[in-house]
Design a protein around this ligand. Sequence first.
Ligand code: GLC
Length: 374
Amino acid sequence: MKTRLVTLLILLWILFVSSCDIPRDPYFDVATSAANSAPTLDPYPVSNSETSEIPATPSATPTRQAEACPGLPALHGVNLGNALDAPWPGAWGVTMTEAMIQSIADAGFNATRLPVRFSAYTGAAPDYALSESILATVDQIILWGLDAGLIILLDVHHFNSLMQSPTTEEARFLAIWEQLASRYQSLPATVYFELLNEPHGEMDAETWNRLVAQSMTLIRQTNPTRTIVIGGVDYSRIEALEFLVWPDDPHLAAAFHYYEPFEFTHQGASWLAGSSNWLGTSWTGTPDEAAAIQQAFDRAVDWSNAHQIPLILGEFGAIGNAESTSRQTWTGAIARTAERRGIGWFYWDLCSEFGLYNCEKGKWDKDLLDVLLP
Ligand code: GLC
């Protein structure tokens, strides 16, 4: 097992390094799929102003595109939501298996984001030792992902107490990263770290920037070149990228999340009071609707180019309560809008309310999958 793992890690590393030299054309799929996709799934009717951005040939130059990070491939990923980000493993009905991870790779995704509520598994101060059982579970999922050839974005999720009280909780946050960084330092570069999911609440920009700097210094002691992903405050909205103070480091990526229009993507969400009033909200990709997405993503790209930091769309998704054609149209619009701008994406999520896979039956929602990976 150990020899197999070492060989696998070496192979993955060679693959990863060589892939940096291949000029990537994020437009190739778009140009092909634009010609092939069913009209109902095309969020960009001819009247839409962005159609001029769709190149006639795959080699056409985009008008706006985020600079590619050396070694940051075109990510097409899915979030393993509601598994280890739940209050305890299995609490929200999702338990990851090797078969599920393999299905993700077989379906054509090249990446997965693993959200973990690490703060629920820490011991007493000052060490805040993470429980061996959660670490062993995370190890296992990472190894399954690497075995399946997936890039893995490991993220500290639902650290609610940190959002409520950053000053009293920051030592726990730093201790978590010290342990994760040390444990995973020898994993291949295809494992990325994301510092914190959706900073919000009392975690204002000033506090977050200070914690980013502290945790980066700490992680870099053991992981000098690992890709570290950082989202802005206010739930990692695009607008919050502007408040981030970036450490001087060539191996960073900026994350943002996109769930707009919220009343559409979160209609009937069981955890949101009043969201049942939004049931029936549709999204057809009218010129105005499409333009809102394009403007938002252009803003992110402008920020990215100005700061020379590549972007990752770490979460986007529409809840299964939404009528399926709208859901497909919206999902396709977001994925293509991101791809055209050289932004890697992670759909939220695999098999919960927003999911596109039935984890019990091992079955994909084929229509939604085809929209994501045409
Ligand atoms: C959020 C969270 C995730 C949640 C999802 C849908 O922004 O990161 O935990 O389930 O989006 O609301």
